[in-house]
Design a protein around this ligand. Structure first.
Ligand code: NAG
Ligand code: NAG
Length: 375
């Protein structure tokens, strides 16, 4: 991985149709194109928004291509939008260095770690319980979905079915998933039993860097490649996916920083935009990771509750790279933790450990600078 992932991605980009005449030194700049989905409108409240109440947020409007494509007003909103996006790509492929994709990003349904965090309260969860594999009755290391989480995937399955069959929502051309079980289950239950045409099969690819923020919590440690394959045999792995989880540093009490997460999410998105010529793409991931991807895409912050889904029309342009920053930022830093259940779980107080069991207090954390893109 490291910088080579990006260089390989860009090298391949140079050969692809959409990215001709690119010098060795280009970078990809992303923007989410406003005016198509309610989610990028500042007046839409992410806390109460439900994709299933608003056609995934697709705004009812006209497009410059409607007159020729739909002179008798017989097409659906999704069909007209899809045609418009197709026209953006065909024009752009001829004239400039931009390409457009529609990314549907879904957060997994509720997992056992989500219920455990509510049960213990966030401070006690972060300081102690999340570092355990479970508590004897409940397991939350690489957790599966709760019955409520499975119900959320049933809802998504039915809603996609209605959009595909009644509203002309284009079928996805590519599917990606985080390697964590809650996402494998969510993607599987949402899409595996849809009536999909032979030209658009559900063939999901597991991408390491679409995983959740790599904290010291055991819910952020993935299973081995063999275990994942046994668990989800119809999922493929991206090239280079390692047997062991080489990124999780929970044993050393170290978690990745937000800056590191955004940088590695950009690598993952760069990889998709450079290798995948498809336009309609589904990504099943996590709240923190989708948040980081939205940052990469220059979309406003839009936090998703479990099982929620956000589509984004993304414009990608090849640009001269800004000079590589010479300064480094901490990529992983020590996270506070306690060796036994904390005395209290009061929000805002950090980890209040029983005497002598504190491994670190918030005040003594010293970030260890690591080079940019040290994944
Ligand atoms: C668009 O109009 C349809 C039909 O009137 C409605 O059901 C849907 O919720 C509207 N979509 C948005 C995003 O307002
Ligand atoms: C373990 O955690 C779950 C919540 O995830 C809770 O319902 C259960 O009571 C806990 N078990 C014990 C033994 O505390």
């Amino acid at each position: 991985m490291k910088a080579s992932l990006l260089s390989v991605a860009l090298a391949l980009a140079r050969g692809a149709v959409a990215w001709k005449h690119v010098s060795d030194c280009d970078d990809i700049k992303y923007s989410s194109v406003p005016g198509f989905f309610l989610q990028d409108d500042p007046s839409t409240d992410p806390g109460s928004f439900d994709y299933a109440a608003f056609n995934f947020g697709l705004i009812n409007r006209t497009y410059p291509t409607d007159a020729r494509f739909d002179p008798h007003h017989r097409k659906t909103q999704w069909q007209r939008f899809a045609h418009y996006v197709e026209s953006l790509n065909s024009e752009c492929r001829k004239e400039d260095k931009s390409t457009y994709k529609v990314l549907f990003m879904g957060r997994h349904g509720e997992g056992w770690h989500n219920t455990a965090e509510s049960f213990y309260g966030t401070p006690a969860w972060n300081c102690y319980w999340a570092e355990q594999d479970g508590n004897g009755t409940s397991t939350w290391a690489d957790p599966e979905l709760t019955p409520n989480g499975i119900q959320q995937t049933t809802k998504a399955n039915a809603y996609f079915k209605s959009r595909f069959e009644q509203e002309g929502l284009p079928f996805f051309e590519s599917y990606y998933s985080s390697p964590l079980k809650r996402c494998l289950q969510t993607a599987q239950f949402t899409f595996a039993n849809q009536k999909l045409p032979r030209s658009h099969p559900f063939k999901p690819v597991i991408k390491e860097l679409f995983r959740e923020s790599i904290s010291i919590h055991t819910c952020d440690r993935r299973s081995t490649k063999s275990q994942i394959h046994a668990y989800a045999p119809n999922f493929e792995f991206e090239a280079g996916f390692t047997e062991e989880d080489l990124l999780w540093r929970g044993k050393e009490d170290e978690g990745e920083t937000p800056a590191h997460q955004v940088a590695r999410s950009k690598e993952a998105i760069d990889d998709v935009f450079s290798h995948d010529d498809n336009t309609w793409i589904s990504i099943t991931s996590h709240s923190g990771e989708i948040g980081a991807i939205l940052t990469v895409l220059n979309h406003r912050s839009f936090s998703l509750s479990t099982g929620q889904i956000i589509p984004v029309l993304v414009k990608a342009e090849l640009v001269e790279p800004t000079v590589e920053p010479t300064s480094t930022y901490a990529s992983f830093t020590t996270e506070p933790t306690c060796k036994s259940p904390p005395i209290t779980s009061i929000s805002g107080q950090g980890c209040v450990c029983a005497t002598g069991t504190t491994t670190f207090t918030t005040a003594t954390i010293t970030p260890k600078p690591k080079p940019h893109r040290d994944l």
